[in-house]
Design a protein around this ligand. Structure first.
Ligand code: KG4
Ligand code: ZN
Length: 334
């Protein structure tokens, strides 16, 4: 049985990434070119700029991934690419690159859902045990996904408005912190105190859905009302109080779902998985329960192509390949 070597390509947002992964488990090379510096002064990702950067970077990043791996095209079994969701102009750069390469090098092509990628980032660290519950928290997503086997995704809860990372970035903006704001709020929260009471959106009894827009409005109101009274709230305290609300709801709902579905493993994925407060709260909640909790190392939490190659390996093994009519889809469902 020969090793399966998959080339992964990810361009759904503001990172141009290419990686090579062996058997869905082992990173051979993993190259990420971030555009954050170019978007910072606009306070968010500008789609046009993102697409243009991807076009400029993709060939270089691809070459670097082969160089670091010490491999050539003969070693590659298939090409996996993020087909969605994401910014359509950004996705198209990756999808068209993957299609051109699949055609030119006669390699099978595999389309990958970005969130499946975030989930499979965990498998680069340790093997999955099913049934498994995944909490996905990123700039664009907040979802609880139940998996009963490889490639089998059942969304049991999702955000009804803002994603967790989006809420972090919006609150960071109110506090005049640089983009992306999540890590800054995380850092401030560590030295702040929970002096401000913010709401927790539990929603209906038994619901695994999330909502963060009410919390965001509450932050605006508290800052505004304090100003009217001539008070200034400490940024650290706003950060700590806001983070506590987000973390409590995420942790509690994840815990309840893990119990209800009797899962054998809980994994966390997406950029907000880098959050120190969330990591600590989840670790505490699940310690001693006998349900192992996996949170990927920081480097694999944020967008990269190794996770796309890892998820793509499963589709490839299942014979789930795409034709050259593969298209980018901004709102692809899991
Ligand atoms: O997964 P990701 O890199 O991109 C998307 O697919 O969205 O996630 C980016 C998001 C941003 O909203 C960023 O602010 C957030 O993850 N983030 C954090 C932290 N690090 C990144 N949020 C809270 N705490 C952090 N330490
Ligand atoms: Zn992502």
């Amino acid at each position: 049985n020969k090793d399966k070597i998959i080339l992964g390509i990810e361009t759904s947002c503001d990172e141009t990434a290419v990686a090579i992964v062996r058997n869905g488990r082992e990173i051979v090379s993993n190259v990420v070119a971030s555009q954050i510096e170019s978007h910072k002064r606009f306070g968010g990702v500008v789609p046009e700029i993102a697409s243009r950067h991807h076009v400029e970077q993709i060939t270089l990043v691809l070459e670097e991934a082969f160089d670091q791996a010490g491999m050539g095209w003969d070693d590659i079994d298939a090409i996996a690419v993020t087909e969605g969701p994401g910014l359509v102009g950004a996705l198209l750069v990756g999808v068209n690159t993957a299609k051109a390469l699949a055609f030119a090098k006669s390699k099978p092509l595999v389309g990958v859902h970005h969130i499946a990628g975030h989930i499979y980032a965990n498998r680069l660290e340790s093997e999955f045990t099913f049934p498994l519950l995944a909490l996905i928290v990123s700039g664009g997503h907040t979802e609880l996904v139940l998996m009963r086997g490889h490639g089998d995704y059942q969304v049991i809860g999702e955000t009804r408005d803002d994603a967790a990372g989006e809420a972090y970035d919006k609150v960071a903006r109110m506090l005049e912190l640089p983009y992306p704001g999540g890590p800054h709020i995380d850092r401030l929260a560590a030295s702040g105190e929970e002096t401000i009471e913010f709401p927790r959106a539990w929603l209906e009894e038994g619901s695994y859905d999330f909502s963060f827009s009410g919390l965001k409005s509450s932050v605006i109101n508290k800052i505004h009302n304090a100003k009217q009274r001539g008070e200034i709230l400490k940024k650290e305290d706003i950060a700590a109080s806001f983070q506590s609300s987000v973390v409590e709801v995420l942790t509690e709902k994840t815990f309840r779902a893990a119990e209800e579905f009797q899962v054998k493993q809980v994994i966390v994925a997406g950029g907000v998985a880098a959050n120190q407060g969330l990591r600590r709260a989840l670790e505490q909640k699940f310690s001693g329960t006998g349900t192992p909790l996996m949170i990927p190392p920081l480097k694999l939490c944020t967008d990269n192509a190794a996770m796309i190659a890892a998820a793509g390996t499963i589709s490839y093994e299942k014979g789930n390949t795409a034709g050259l009519d593969l298209n980018a889809s901004a709102s692809l469902l899991l």
